[in-house]
Design a protein around this ligand. Sequence first.
Ligand code: ADP
Length: 463
Amino acid sequence: MSIRVRLTLWYTLVLSVILAAIGFAIYNVFVAVIGENVDRKLNETAALVFSVSTVSRLGEVRIPVAADVFRSAGLYLQVIDPLGRVVGMSDSLRGYDKPINPAVLSLDLADFRPVRHDVREGDVHLRVLTVPIGSPGQIIGYLQIGVQMDSYDESLSQLTRLLLAGWVAGVLLGGVGGAFLARQALRPIDDVTNTARAISEAGDLSRRIPVPRARDEVGRLATTFNGMLARLEALFKAQQRFTADISHELRTPLTTIRGNLDLIRRMRVADDASLDAAQGEIERMTRLVGDLLLLAQADAGLPIRRAPVALDAVMVEVFEQMRAIAGGVNVGVGAEDAIAVMGDADRLKQLMINLVGNAVRYTPAGGSITLNLKRRDGWAVFSVSDTGPGIPPEHLPHIFERFYRVEKSRSRQEAGVNGASSGAGLGLSIAQWIAQSHGGRIEAQSEVGKGTVFTVYLPELRQ
Ligand code: ADP
C-alpha cells in the first residue's frame, strides 16, 4: 500500500472519529436542553395547578384550564385517585378516562416526590409528570401532566439525519481533500523517483532533479541526490578520462616500437638507433605501467609500510642521483635539518625524485634548483625550488590531477628541456598520494618566468 493511500486512510479515519464525537456531543446537548425545557414546562404547569387548588380533598383540585391554550401547547392534565380512576381532566383529554401513566400507581411514592416518565402508546410519545396530592404517608390522588413530545422527537430525528449527512459529507470531503493533499505533498518525491529512474534507464548522469523552491524535506532530498549525482558524474568522467589517457599513453610507445621493428625487418639489420628508440619506449612504458600500478594500489587504499625514515639521508641520496643527470642545471642543497618521519623510505624517495625530476626536466640549462629540508611546528618541510619557466596560474590548480600536463599541445620531447622528455602527467599525482598517505600534504607555488616551488609537509617523528 502506497504512503499516499495510507496517509489518506489514516487522515479520513481520524477525521471521521472526530466528526462522530462532535456530532455525538451536539446530539446529547440538544437532548439535554430539550429535556430541561420540557421539564420546566411541566413543573410550571403543576405549580400553576396547585396555586389555584386546595390539596386536602381530591375533588377540590381544580384544573384552571383555558383548554384551548393547553391543547395548542400539547399539554394534557388529569387528576386520578389512588385507584387510578380519573376524577378530573383538561379539555384536551376529553373522553379519555384512563390514567395517562398507569405505571405510577404501582410506584412507592412514600417520599412524596413528583416522578417523570416517558410514556409511549402507539405513535404518541408523552413526557408525563406525576405529582402526588395530599401529604406524605397519605396520598389522596395524583395530578398527572403530560406533554406531547412528537415535535421534539421530530426535531431530534431531523437533527440526527442532519448530523449523519454532515458526517458522511465531512468524511467524504475530508477523504478526497486528504488524498489531494497527500498527492500534492508527495508529488515532489514522485518527481525525484521518476528522474532517478530516467537517469538510471538512460545512463545519463548529467541530468539533475529539479529542486523545489521550498527548503523542506523533499528539497533537501533533491539537493542531496543531486550532490550524489554530481559526484558520481565526476567519478565516472574521471574514470573515462583515465582509461582514454592510459590507452593514449600506451599507444604512442607501441606505435614507435612497431615502426622500429618494421624498419629492422625491412632493412634486415638491427641498427642501434632503432633498438635504442624501441628500448627507450619500452622503458617508458614500463615506468608508466609501474606508476599505474602504484595509483591502482593507492585507489585500493593499500596501507603503506611504516618505519622511521631519516628524511635528510633520503634527500642527500636523491640530490646525488639527480645532480648526476641534471646536465647544465645547477642542483644544490640549502637547509638540511636532521628530521625523521614515519613511513616508507622507498615511497618517500620516489616523492622527492618526482619533484626534483620535474624541476630538472623543466629548468633550462643555466638555471638552478635548490633542495631544502627544515623543521617547522612539528612538520618536516621539504621543498624544491627551481628557476624554470613556472606554471601559468590557470594550470596550477590542476597539476596534481592524473595525466594533467601543462604543455599538452607540444610533443613530450619538446615539453622537457635538457634532452629529457616529460612524463605522462602522473608524477605529481603520485607525489601527492605519497604525501597524503604519510599524513602530509604538498603545495605548489609558481610564477611564470621566475620559477616554481613545491613544498611537502610531513608529520615529524619525535623520539
Ligand atoms: P609529467 O610527468 O608530465 O612531468 P607531472 O604530474 O609530474 O607530469 O607534472 C604535471 C605538469 O606540471 C607537467 O606536465 C608540467 O607541465 C608541470 N610541472 C611540474 N613541475 C614543474 C616545474 N618544476 N616547472 C614547471 N612546470 C612543472
